[in-house]
Write a protein that binds this ligand. Structure first.
Ligand SMILES: Cc1cc2nc3c(=O)[nH]c(=O)nc-3n(C[C@H](O)[C@H](O)[C@H](O)COP(=O)(O)OP(=O)(O)OC[C@H]3O[C@@H](n4cnc5c(N)ncnc54)[C@H](O)[C@@H]3O)c2cc1C
Length: 316
C-alpha cells in the first residue's frame, strides 16, 4: 500500500482510466460506488473509490504489483471484521480477497488454503478431516488472510502457531515463505504494510473428529454466553494490556461503561470490550468517539494506554 495523497480531479480521472484498464487486462472484477458500511461488520464507514476483486492468487499478485508500479494507493480487505473505516471518502483502491476462496486442499496433516476462504469454514473442514489445531478459531468471522495478517487467536490457539508456509505477493509473483520467518505476536505480525497475503499451508495434527467437534462446540457455547450474538461489531475493540492482570473487557466493565451510548454506537451490555452499532444513522464517528472516551477513562483511572485491536482506517 502507498501513502494516500490528496488527489486533484485530473489525477483521479487518469487513475480511474488506469484502474479500469488494469482490471480488464487482468480479468479482475472492478466495482465503484461501494461503501465501507456494506463491506465491514460494524456496518459503518464512507465511500470507496474502487473495489477490485481478483479471482485467483496469480491475478492478485499481478494486480498489486501493477498498482504499485503506477503509484496507485491500495489496501487489502477480507471480511472487514476487524476494520473501522471513517465516514469520509476513501480515495484509494480496495483489493478485496473475498473471491480467493477455492476449496482447501488437504494432504496428510497439511492443508493449503487461499486468503479469501472463510476461517470458520476451514475449521469445520479440518474437523471433518480429523485434524486439530484450529478448532478454537471457529468463531472468528473473518477470512484466512485477515487471520494471518493479525495472528488471530481464541481459546488458547493462534493461527501463527500452525503456519507451515505463507504465500505472499512479491514483484508480481506468488512467493512462498516459511512460517517460522514471520514473527507471530499477540494480534500482530511482522508482515509489512503493502504486503498482500495470498494463502497459506497449515500443519495440523490428527485427532478424533468427534473430540475436535466437541471442543468447537464448547468454544462456540462460551462465545454465545459471553459475547453479543448477531450484533454489528468488530470483536474486541482493544487489546489486553500487558501491564494489567485483568482483561480489558473486565476493566471497562468495572468502570460501569457497559451500555454507554454515543449516537449509533454502544458499549455492548454483554461484553464491555465490544462496541456495537445500531440503526441506519450509525456513524463510524460515533464508534470512534465512544472508543476514545473509553480510552480516556481507562487512562485516567488505571494509567493504562489501551491499544486498539480494531484497525482504524482514515480517509485523510
Ligand atoms: C463477533 C466477532 C468476534 C471476533 N472474535 C475474534 C477472536 O476471538 N479473536 C481474534 O483474533 N479476532 C476476533 N475478531 C476480529 C476479526 O474477526 C479477526 O481479526 C479476523 O481475523 C479478521 O479477518 P478479516 O478477513 O475480517 O480481516 P479484515 O477485517 O478484512 O482486515 C483486517 C486487517 O487485515 C488486513 N488483511 C486482510 N486480508 C489480508 C490479506 N489477504 N493480505 C494482507 N492483509 C490483509 C487488512 O488490510 C486489515 O489491515 C472478531 C470479530 C468479530 C466481529
Amino acid at each position: 500500500m502507498i501513502e494516500v495523497e490528496e488527489q486533484n480531479t485530473t489525477d483521479s480521472a487518469s487513475r480511474d482510466v488506469a484502474v479500469n484498464e488494469l482490471a480488464s487486462h487482468l480479468g479482475v472484477r472492478a466495482e465503484r460506488g461501494r461503501r465501507f458500511a456494506e463491506l465491514t461488520s460494524l456496518r459503518v464507514g464512507g465511500a470507496i473509490d474502487w473495489v477490485l476483486s481478483p479471482l485467483d492468487e496469480t491475478a492478485a499478485a499481478s494486480l498489486v504489483h501493477e498498482l504499485d508500479q503506477r503509484e496507485i494507493a491500495w489496501r487489502a480487505l477480507g471480511s472487514g471484521s476487524n476494520v473501522l473505516a471513517d465516514d469520509g471518502e476513501h480515495h484509494y483502491v480496495i483489493v478485496s480477497l473475498k473471491e480467493l476462496k477455492d476449496q482447501p486442499v488437504f494432504s496428510g496433516n497439511l492443508v493449503s488454503v487461499s486468503a479469501g476462504y472463510s476461517l470458520p469454514r476451514l475449521c469445520i473442514d479440518a474437523a471433518r478431516q480429523g485434524l486439530s489445531g484450529i478448532e478454537g478459531l471457529n468463531g472468528i468471522p473473518g477470512t484466512v488472510g485477515g487471520a494471518l495478517w493479525m495472528n488471530a487467536g481464541a481459546y488458547g490457539q493462534e493461527i501463527g502457531t500452525v503456519v507451515e508456509t505463507v504465500r505472499v505477493a512479491r514483484d508480481g509473483r506468488v512467493c512462498e515463505i516459511p512460517g517460522h520467518e514471520v514473527k507471530w505476536n499477540y494480534r500482530h505480525t511482522s508482515f509489512k504494510e503493502g504486503e498482500l497475503l495470498l494463502g497459506a499451508t497449515l500443519s495440523l495434527h490428527p485427532d478424533d473428529s468427534e473430540q475436535i467437534r466437541a471442543r468447537m462446540e464448547k468454544a462456540k457455547n462460551q462465545r454465545m454466553a459471553t459475547q453479543p450474538h448477531g450484533a454489528r461489531s468488530a470483536g474486541c475493540f482493544f487489546k489486553n494490556a500487558p501491564a494489567s492482570p485483568i482483561g480489558t473487557g473486565k476493566m471497562i466493565d468495572d468502570l460501569g461503561l457497559k451500555g454507554t451510548r454515543r449516537g449509533g454506537a454502544t458499549v455492548s451490555p454483554k461484553h464491555a470490550n465490544f462496541i456495537v452499532t445500531e440503526g441506519e444513522e450509525a456513524k463510524a464517528a460515533d464508534a470512534l468517539a465512544l472508543a476514545e472516551e473509553i480510552r480516556e477513562r481507562v487512562k485516567r483511572e488505571h494509567g493504562i494506554d489501551l491499544e486498539y485491536e480494531v484497525e482504524l482506517w482514515s480517509s485523510k
